[in-house]
Design a binder for this molecule. Structure first.
Ligand code: OXD
Ligand code: MN
Length: 596
């Protein structure tokens, strides 16, 4: 494969000079080349070929035991000044970061092949899309990138001789935790990742590029890169409305993206279409509306808890062409994880490769074990998911895990207030599960670990985006909370498919078809306006869900909110100087309304 882009060639040459690989292989995107790499990785044990009858074209991989998740403490934004990274990011001066990783990575590929992966985030050639070049010494990375992004020759063709590409450098080195670094250089369009082999740290197209670098690019170029799923709701008339939604990790984003509406709705002809499950790039279209595109081509989903009931669509995605990481490997060459079914296998190998039985008292699959599955496998993939112009958004939804504080759903008063609602997003840690009000972690727009610049500037960018178009073209902003608990810690709302009832209310609000009550925090539904037909949910023994329960989870609990305001102020204070004054004024205004 020939590359004529001199900047790409220069980046590859400089990388080779540093890494000293045995040889260099360019990924052309052909099935023949990928198949040869699978063969090679199977022969070295890097991946295991699974039962090709039951799981055609599926493979299995284990990461090192010390390398199973993203490492936020070792993730740095290396911008010119500390101020540009802001108080919520780790910062390292670029010169120091390059010198440090030069030393760590020098000669690290001496006995290895260096792979060069040209990849596109977004449909190749779309005006939304961006190109990256990832250099890596891992075939596992190559194979995952080939699922999660569009790779190969066609990407270089689309790039032409442009310099607008992200330079991504990954080397596994010794997988030494003390020398593990995930470095983003937003001002240089560059990423460096070393001493890890875990997806979130090494599939550089995902969090590193499509969120950290892209959020910075969006700020500079007038668009947005967000940690959001995108879904379409089709009504019985065949019209589809689109929603983008941001939730912190582990709040069921993939489940919501692939939701199946309750039976009664399906009978009438309602349907949910998945456009994306993790990342949305949002631009203002020619008509002034906000359009969202999923820059990825696959799903890097958490396996445990995924089953025929919780998410049959996700499960269906994994039946072909999928790579499983850190799950249980069964003797018949299939896989298992906690929550897949009620028949845990016996006498198998756990995620570490040790002999394992379900009564051992340990988990067979790592809680953060993953599947990497092609989006095209998804039974409900939207016919619009590869539309080069993205899909027009009716609503943006924020959400978190709050035991008491937030109601099931509320709508912001306007765009600016909606930005405020996103900025105060939070989730409670496990203490919430036992009914106590847990430890609150603020996670604005679910971007705390993924914003590539100063969070205060990021908020200002959101405010500015709202001024770039007419108010009636803007998506309406909502907040949901599927996780309200009673005093004994039972979930008061059924969640999963029944969340469709809330999406229906949201879209009715967008169309101006339903009234709402104005409260101190925003517009809350009248309980009668949320359709409960066919809802059958038992909250706890002898307690069936009814309209009174709905009313209770729609109430705004002023004391909890006043308590929350303290933590909001602390968080805003931490952001400091860059904090937009509009949002500071929103806190004051909300406090006044709560006290009134
Ligand atoms: C993810 C995350 O892996 O948000 O998507 O952590
Ligand atoms: Mn995510």
């Amino acid at each position: 494969m020939e590359c004529t882009n001199s900047r790409v060639n220069q980046f590859v040459a400089e990388s080779a000079e540093l890494l000293q690989p045995k040889n260099i292989v360019w990924i052309d995107g052909s099935e023949a080349q990928l198949e040869a790499l699978r063969e090679e990785a199977v022969s070295t044990g890097e991946i295991v070929r699974l039962n090709q009858e039951k799981l055609p074209n599926c493979y299995y991989h284990r990461t090192a035991v010390n390398d199973v998740a993203r490492v936020e403490a070792r993730t740095f934004i290396c911008s010119g000044t500390k101020e540009n990274a802001g108080a919520t990011n780790n910062w390292m001066a670029p010169a120091e970061a390059y010198a440090m990783t030069d030393e760590i990575m020098a000669g690290s590929m001496q006995d290895h092949t260096m792979y060069v992966i040209p990849f596109s985030m977004g449909v190749v050639g779309s005006p939304f899309s961006k190109v990256g070049i990832e250099i890596t010494d891992s075939i596992y990375v190559v194979l995952n990138m080939a699922i999660m992004t569009r790779v190969g020759e066609k990407v270089l063709a689309a790039l032409g001789d442009s310099d607008d590409f992200v330079r991504g450098l990954h080397s596994k080195c010794e997988l030494d935790e003390e020398k593990r670094y995930i470095l983003q250089f937003p001002e240089d369009n560059a990423i460096r990742s070393c001493n890890s082999g875990y997806g979130g740290n090494v599939l550089l197209g995902k969090k590193c590029f499509a969120l950290r670098i892209a959020s910075y690019q969006g700020w500079k170029e007038g668009w947005m890169a967000e940690h959001m799923l995108i879904l379409g709701v089709e009504n019985p008339q065949g019209e589809t409305k689109y929603i983008a939604a941001a939730f912190p990790s582990a709040c069921g984003k993939t489940n919501l993206a692939m939701l199946i509406p309750p039976e009664g709705y399906r009978a009438k002809g309602y349907k949910v279409w998945t456009v994306g499950d993790d990342i949305a790039w949002i631009r203002i279209g020619k008509d002034g509306r906000f359009y969202a595109q999923n820059p990825e081509a696959g799903f890097f989903g958490v396996a445990p808890g995924t089953n025929e009931k919780s998410n049959p669509n996700a499960l269906a995605c994994t039946r072909e062409g999928t790579i499983f990481t850190n799950v249980v490997l069964k003797k018949d060459g299939t896989v298992w994880w906690e929550g897949l079914d009620k028949n845990p296998p016996h006498g198998v190998e756990n995620w570490k490769g040790e002999p394992w039985n379900p009564d051992d008292g340990s988990k067979g699959a790592h809680p953060n074990s993953r599947f990497t599955a092609p989006a095209r496998n998804c039974p409900c993939i939207s016919p619009e998911w590869e539309n080069p112009n993205g899909v027009p958004l009716s609503a943006i939804v924020f959400g978190g895990r709050r035991a008491k504080t937030a109601p099931l759903v509320y709508q912001s008063r306007d765009w600016e207030h909606g930005v405020f609602v996103g900025s105060i997003m939070a989730s409670e840690t496990t203490a919430a599960a036992s009914g106590a009000v847990g430890v609150v972690r603020r996670d604005p727009m679910a971007m705390l670990p993924f914003c590539g610049y100063n969070m205060g500037d990021y908020f200002q960018h959101w405010l500015d985006m709202g001024k770039k178009t007419d108010a009636d073209k803007l998506p309406k902003i909502f907040n949901v909370n599927w996780f309200r608990l009673d005093d004994e810690g039972h979930f008061l709302w059924p969640g999963f498919g029944d969340n469709f009832r809330v999406l229906e209310w949201i879209l009715k609000r967008c169309a101006g078809e339903v009234d709402a009550q104005e409260t101190a925090i925003g517009y809350v539904p009248y309980a009668e306006d949320i359709n409960l037909e066919g809802l059958d949910y038992t909250i706890s023994e002898g307690h069936k869900f009814g309209i009174e329960d709905l009313k209770s989870i729609l109430t705004v609990e002023a004391p909890y909110w006043l308590e929350d305001i303290k933590s909001i102020r602390e968080f805003y204070a931490k952001i400091g100087e860059a904090m937009p004054k509009e949002l500071l004024a929103e806190v004051e205004a909300m406090e006044q309304r709560l006290k009134a």
